[in-house]
Design a protein around this ligand. Structure first.
Ligand code: PGA
Length: 251
């Protein structure tokens, strides 16, 4: 179902004490948040169990990645089936850092999406173009290819459960944000393509988040765009106050 979502991607940051403190601080801000906004935090996998056991935690928890296999001899990996067994309902898939530093291709990401769907874990599926691609006016084709090759084999009922995140690579961790016009233009394109592929009803049910240098100063304008349903926040999600302000600006 389409709804406002703000997700915090902690990446490989925080020791366990810092992670618990951050989660607790976010919880303390909860009374300020609209009930309409779903809040998700994605800590390093090592801390998922601690956060799931935290009785006061009011937000949802996501993994940052999972294996494309369900189980087996894959040393160091964590599967969607394991996440599900821990009641972790969300998993970021296809973050540009995974694509860039771990060579994750659209084909591999298709398998990761499938294992999530099969195991009842909702993928937060990231797409977005490189600076070079935008400069050469290839941003729409890149994003469409990412969707076609990793998502468009799904049925409408499966597709509408996925959370999309448009994250232009040039905006991630750079302090350079897409303008609200650029974000809206791409989000409208993504929704249009979902509609052409799976029907308007499905397209209208998908939440499409914007990611890339979202902060407390720019989130309000970005989230006000018609087709922007919230954000996937990296750096600014590591400070409870900033993250709380971003959440408050979503609804
Ligand atoms: P950033 O990261 O907010 O630090 O740019 C966003 C992301 O990587 O999801």
């Amino acid at each position: 179902m389409r709804q406002k979502i703000v997700a915090g991607n902690w990446k490989m940051n925080k020791n366990i004490d810092e992670a618990m403190e951050l989660a607790l601080s976010i919880t303390e801000y909860q009374p300020d948040f609209s009930k309409e906004v779903k809040v998700i935090i994605a800590p390093p996998s090592l801390y998922l169990a601690n956060l799931k056991m935290m009785k006061t935690l009011t937000c949802e928890v996501a993994a940052q990645n999972c294996s494309h296999h369900d189980y087996g001899a894959f040393t160091g990996e964590i599967s969607a089936a394991m996440l599900k067994s821990m009641n972790v309902q969300y998993c970021i898939i296809g973050h540009s850092e995974r694509r860039q530093y771990f060579d994750e291709s659209n084909e591999l990401l298709k398998k990761k999406v499938d294992t999530c769907v099969r195991n009842g874990v909702t993928p937060i599926f990231c797409i977005g173009e490189l600076l070079e691609e935008r400069k050469n006016n290839k941003h729409f084709i890149t994003v469409l290819r990412q969707m076609e090759q990793s998502l468009f084999h799904l049925h409408g009922a499966e597709l509408e459960k996925i959370i999309m995140a448009y994250e232009p690579v040039w905006a991630i961790g750079t302090g350079v944000t897409a303008s609200s016009e650029e974000a809206q233009e791409m989000h409208a394109f993504i929704r249009e393509q979902l509609g052409l592929h799976a029907g308007e009803g499905v397209a209208q049910n998908v939440s499409i988040l914007y990611g890339g240098s979202v902060n407390a100063a720019n989130s309000m304008e970005l989230f006000a765009c018609k087709d922007v349903d919230g954000g996937l926040v990296g750096g600014a999600s590591l400070k409870a106050k900033d993250f709380a302000q971003i959440i408050a600006s979503a609804g």
